[in-house]
Design a protein around this ligand. Structure first.
Ligand SMILES: Nc1ncnc2c1ncn2[C@@H]1O[C@H](COP(=O)(O)OP(=O)(O)OP(=O)(O)O)[C@@H](O)[C@H]1O
Ligand SMILES: Nc1ncnc2c1ncn2[C@@H]1O[C@H](COP(=O)(O)OP(=O)(O)OP(=O)(O)O)[C@@H](O)[C@H]1O
Ligand SMILES: [Mg+2]
Ligand SMILES: [Mg+2]
Lengths: 253, 253
């Protein structure tokens, strides 16, 4: 039975896609069978693995047209599968509401394959629209990447309140897995100040792994690779490996 | 008759809010009567001016409850008004669809006050949800901030296609005002490569002003100020002043 983790944030550009790519590859490197689900119409996760976003068989086909999920799964490397997205998901974002049981469509689509994987990671779009609601309703836990700046910290509080409300309205038992500081530059006082405030507010819910800022993360998708392949010994790559280890240990497996 | 500009991007965290803040203040510094509209449930624009997001009279009241727009306008400095947002907009994002003529609610709400301002700038949430559609339907032109990295460039093409489609479906005459490179670090080869590709693809649509990366932009909202006040002679502040001048000249006034 897979542990399903939704990677979400209301703030944009905080490293959700980068975290799903690198945590996914780091888990697969450990031989842990992992599935990545691209739920973002930008299809950035899909592009980060070198897949063309003009694919016709994507998550949109399963969510909106009832195509079996097994038809849209693609293998990208040992122990790592992906369900790609495409720009067609933009239509889904605006018409999903009209479907019966619209918040649960992803959960129901993933049901048949839960047994195949130890981890399912869902890359959500920024914000709290219907696709993000689907990600949350499908997950056991959620992970929130955050850039260590003031506007990101402010936005985090709004997100936690909103997810608490969703949890009640939809009768979910989703838990906060943790908060991941990304794009960190410890030499900047503003970053240190925000990290201190984050730790004061959320204690052990803040992962003791910080992902450092590095242009290599921006370059890696050009090669259709993760940094773990593009520059395996880079400190950023090592940080995501440590995160994978932490998550596996915490999961009791 | 105001010139209404929607600041949009599908990619998150590219500087939409920061651009609306600084372009707005730069126009007001020139004595140009300007209105800023916060259309994002994160209410980051609202916070950047030191306003509390627990306000009851926000854009949500006008969009969803028919409260007159004049009741929700706040003045923040000479020649600069703001219509604030709050986290209540999260509800609007999910229920806006059910309203009659839902894409045009912002346009209709702003109609009575178009004559008061030379410029109305709309800060949209990331993505292409119903709030962003309202921003686009209310505007004469749209401006797209972009970080000079590969995933942002990829996302830009999807956005322009989507806006083209909306333009047709809703019968709009909105034009692309320009693409604004933000958080630029010219010493990074990846940034120079992406900027070159951007200029090759979009030519004169790329503003000849680049907003430099600087931690000062992240610090300014803590003080509830724009960088134009926090550090008036900073290169980032000067860049936004140049952008305001360019936009005013191009607008023929
Ligand atoms: N640690 C890092 N250092 C430097 N750049 C990074 C880092 N992590 C991610 N990036 C880059 O920053 C940009 C934003 O990251 P990413 O796309 O992962 O964020 P996101 O939260 O998924 O954004 P969105 O809200 O648009 O979905 C990307 O170009 C990415 O390659
Ligand atoms: N030129 C810059 N240099 C450094 N930091 C910046 C710059 N411009 C903006 N920032 C900071 O980067 C973060 C993201 O910027 P901002 O919130 O303006 O982006 P956005 O596109 O509005 O994000 P969202 O998609 O969440 O609405 C903020 O903390 C902001 O203060
Ligand atoms: Mg993403
Ligand atoms: Mg914003």
């Amino acid at each position: 039975m897979a542990r399903t983790i939704a990677v979400v944030s209301q703030k944009g550009g905080v490293g959700k896609t980068t975290t799903v790519v690198h945590l996914g590859v780091a888990l697969a490197e450990r031989g842990v069978p992992t599935l990545l689900v691209d739920l973002d119409p930008q299809a950035a996760l899909t592009a980060a693995f070198g897949l063309n976003e003009d694919l016709s068989l994507t998550i949109e086909a399963s969510l909106m047209k009832g195509i079996a999920i097994t038809q849209v799964i693609r293998n990208v490397r040992p122990s790592l599968d992906i369900i790609p997205a495409s720009f067609q998901l933009n239509q889904a974002e605006l018409s999903l509401h009209q479907r019966p049981r619209w918040p649960y469509r992803l959960r129901e689509a993933l049901q048949p394959i839960q047994g195949r994987y130890a981890y399912i990671l869902i890359d959500a779009p920024p914000g709290l629209g219907p696709l993000t609601v689907n990600a949350i309703a499908a997950a056991d836990a959620f992970l929130v990447p955050i850039r260590p700046d003031y506007l990101s910290l402010r936005s985090l509080k709004g997100l936690l309140i909103a997810i608490g409300r969703l949890r009640q309205q939809l009768g979910l038992s989703i838990e906060l897995l943790g908060i991941l500081p990304t794009m960190v530059q410890l030499h900047l006082r503003h970053h240190r100040d925000v990290l201190a405030e984050l730790t004061a507010a959320f204690g052990r819910k803040v992962f003791q792994v910080f992902i450092p800022q590095s242009i290599r993360f921006a370059e890696a998708p050009v090669a259709g690779q993760s940094l773990l392949d593009y520059m395996a010994s880079h400190p950023g790559a090592q940080a995501y490996r440590r995160l994978a280890a932490l998550i596996e240990e915490a999961g009791g497996g």
